[in-house]
Write a protein that binds this ligand. Sequence first.
Ligand code: PFF
Length: 469
Amino acid sequence: MSARRTSIHGSWSSRLAFVLAATGSAVGLGNIWKFPYIAGEHGGGAFVLVYLVCIAIIGIPIMMAEVMLGRRGRQSPINTMRTLAQEAGADPRWSWLGWAGVAGGFLILSYYSVIAGWALAYVFRAGSGMFTGVTADGVASIFNALVTDPERLLAWHTIFMVMTMIVVARGVRSGLEQAVRYMVPALFVILILLNGYALAEGSYDLGLRFLFDADFSKIDANGILIAMGHAFFTLSLGMGAIMVYGSYLPEHASIARTSITISVLDTLVALLAGMAIFPIVFANGLEPGAGPGLIFQTLPIAFGHMTGGALFGTLFFVLLVFAAWTSAISLIEPAVAWLVENRGMTRVHASVLAGVVTWVFGLLTVFSFNLWADFKPMAWLEVFRDATLFDLLDYLTANIMLPLGGLFIALFAAWVMKRDDSLEELDMGDGPAYRLWRFLVRYVTPVAVLIVFLNVTGLVDFGHLLGAG
Ligand code: PFF
């Protein structure tokens, strides 16, 4: 038994508190805003299948690895990686993995906050009855009026960043730990209600077929990368968010059971969101590949036509804001923990500093939808022909930084860390479950991530190897 470390930042009150916080981190805009629109852009069913496979064989094992490393290191990811590398007799420069995560967190939060701002704006639009009886065209113009106005976007982005800073400054335990307890069940209820509407009024058949009929001719190498990147994004993996939450986890909580619970909840929320949205898309002649505005242009139609729609619509966007909020705090927690540990800052100073840096980066996204909408910095590459700065930021973080981070986390947990140490920390016995986990992080994750990368860069034509189109 090694001497157990303790975290200077305190710890969750219980295993349940950790599950709530980590679920709060996982369930966010990724599930409700991003999953439907990227599934729509990449043809539906085949994309969803690749995503589900990635959750099962990459996501869950990596989540276990991150929680395990966090709980063993009990510090910010940067210091945890250094400490654990030293413990294993490896190079302390493994701490760079923590730095990469901090950078990824800033970049993700910079655009995440702008989109969360849209959700905030929609709370008021729904509440004032603006969606009552609205048509597809009507809601499109409401959406366009919002995103093409830089001042409004900036104001909402600022409000959301301030909300995030306040909670991070206070520490997670007092505020959000409680909120998630009610938020996730409430979100389920509203999503089920929306499914009821979609079933009654939408083209439910078409919607479900779009989402679940796997037609592999509709997905290409880039689509596969995006599905894999999304598995990391939606579970908050590959950048230290779950690692830092793991560092506050009480000693005797089962890491495997916890990780599976979080992943299943997260996946259910995404699927329910997709099942509500696509039937409405098809019934109203909308475009499944409409892009980031998809839910903001479809769900108001549902709310605008159902009894009590103004109330449910408001509630839905409030919950969406909460979901985004509980994710946002986990995006800067690794940086804040490091500032407190290594720079001796108070949590308040650290949160303000991290928040302001993120806010400034957020301007890139704010302007991507209006002043700089025609600025396509990488148009010379076919995949990025239409990509704005926001699209590039999203692509770089979700599809490159997170999978790479995940790859290195897997390599560390399975090849660098001593087997006895992971066995002790996971505390599930040396049986088939532990061996399966180790096999997955040792071989499956690294090989899968590499194949997908090579496939996209055109070095290996995976589809061709499989004999597909
Ligand atoms: N998992 C969050 C979502 O699906 O909205 C986004 C996210 C949070 C990504 C934290 C990465 C992260 F570290």
